[in-house]
Design a protein around this ligand. Structure first.
Ligand SMILES: N[C@@H](CCC(=O)N[C@@H](CS)C(=O)NCC(=O)O)C(=O)O
Length: 213
């Protein structure tokens, strides 16, 4: 059976859990990084020397020799390709690139924008309590979310014109994080409507809009 390793309050783990649910995959979920399941342990480092979650184990891959994979976006793309679900990740190169540019943007520009404010306000990290830096991070976070607002105003529904895709899984989780973090939020009506629209999906309610920021 497929195994997804990683604590469920990690946004990167939740990308994989939500993707598995959309694909209808039966998985074993082991919450490494929570409780006694230390990411510093030799057992976990043998799977990911970088000590980060998520990790996917697919024992049936590579002709039965198995596959151990890290990097949340790569795992989501792998599972989608494995299941031949071109609705979630188009086969057409141009359409696929339109999906992937949002996945890359979320993991780089947007993630960098929210890090300080999120760590300070939600995780209450002692190293992220400088008020000016929190305010600057929140302002940049709102500015970046404005790009999603523009896109959603154009499509009227999802991030790309290609229906619900992997882009919406990563952006749905990012939107949830933005909504749940106690910053002064920019007025972004299309983003708010997107959040409600995604909430019609049971997998988003289970793995995204589930009270965990
Ligand atoms: N680029 C990686 C980032 C993975 C990552 O930063 N994971 C965090 C959780 S969201 C982690 O494992 N942090 C270490 C910890 O929890 O101790 C990915 O997308 O999978």
């Amino acid at each position: 059976m497929l195994e997804v390793l990683g604590r469920p309050n990690s946004i990167n783990v939740r990308k994989v859990l939500w993707t598995c649910a959309e694909l209808g995959l039966e998985i074993r979920h082991v919450p490494w990084g929570a409780g006694d399941l230390s990411l510093a342990s030799a057992e976990f480092r043998a799977l990911n020397p970088m000590g980060l979650v998520p990790v996917l184990r697919d024992p049936a891959a590579n002709g039965g020799r198995g596959l151990v994979l890290r990097e949340s976006n790569t795992i989501c793309r792998y599972l989608t390709a494995r299941e031949r679900r071109h609705d979630l990740l188009p086969a057409d190169a141009a359409a696929r690139a339109e999906v992937e540019q949002w996945m890359d943007w979320m993991a780089t520009e947007l993630n960098n924008a929210w890090r300080y404010a999120f760590m300070g306000l939600v995780r209450r990290s002692p190293a992220h309590q400088d008020a000016a830096a929190v305010a600057a991070s929140a302002a940049e976070w709102n500015r970046q979310m404005g790009f999603l607002e523009q896109a959603l105003q154009g499509t009227g529904a999802y991030a790309t014109p290609h229906g619900f895709t992997l882009a919406d899984i990563v952006l749905g989780l990012a939107t949830h994080r933005w909504v749940m973090t106690p910053i002064e939020h920019a007025e972004l009506p299309a983003v708010r409507a997107y959040y409600e629209h995604l909430s019609q999906r049971p997998a988003f309610l289970a793995h995204g809009r589930n009270g965990i920021p």
